[in-house]
Design a protein around this ligand. Sequence first.
Ligand code: URA
Length: 296
Amino acid sequence: MLRSLVIIPPSPPVARTPVAAMNERVNSTLTLETPVQAPPQLRPLYQVDERLAPLYAEIADCPRCPLARTRSRTVPGSGPVDARLMLIGEGPGQREDELGLPFVGRAGQFLDELLASIGFERAEVYIANVVKCRPPGNRDPLPEELAACGDYLERQIEIVDPLVIATLGRFSMARWFADARISRIHGAIASFDGRTVIPMYHPAAALRNPALRDVMKRDFAKLPALLADQAHTPAAALTSSVAEATVPTPEPPAAIAETPRPVPHVFGTPLPRTEAIEETTADEPEWRDPPQERLL
Ligand code: URA
């Protein structure tokens, strides 16, 4: 339930400025009390519950890594604070950087399609990224950037407390499955401290490799059952009944379910970046929208 709203207005991207001036400007957008006109399809996403607002304000002012110097807007996340489903992507692209909202480029368009395929709307789910600022040129986030931002995601998960988390792409997957290959474990269902985590390809991967569209749709099709009665279903039973029935690739769900929950500081240690890059094969193309491509 929304108790008070903080409105982030859509406006032209801020010019590159010194960090302090830029943060002052972004902060001021976070404390506006009155709604500002936004594109109708995005308007609900500007609502931030007061339980998330302090974190969003902190992120808006974040100086923790060099991305603070190159970002326009921070992209903390969007969606209701009491969402049962959380989707976690990688990091903002150009359009996200301009609007301060996650997944508003072409990958976001496909994400909306995936959600619609299971009867969900974007406004029902909480969407976050592992890094809150756009890596210049849409490059991969660096280990130090992931480390700097990791605590924000931890706090988002704690506040939203979703029943189910779907990771989108290998960087968010690494939070729970450090050494996994996405081509092997996508769609597998695991349980960590009573929360279900299901790794999925990044929607942009399907833009570049259309064969992944159906794969992603099949993986998304598992979500309604996980969300339906997950609160009272023992994780082990859930893992065997749902995962065995629907996982299309030869991953072993039981082994995945036993993967120990990573320590909360997993983002504080460098990710296996070289391995992750080597993992990127024909079925796992780069995820990001090309900078020139826009949804809006
Ligand atoms: N846009 C986002 O906000 N996150 C992604 O991971 C990709 C595009």
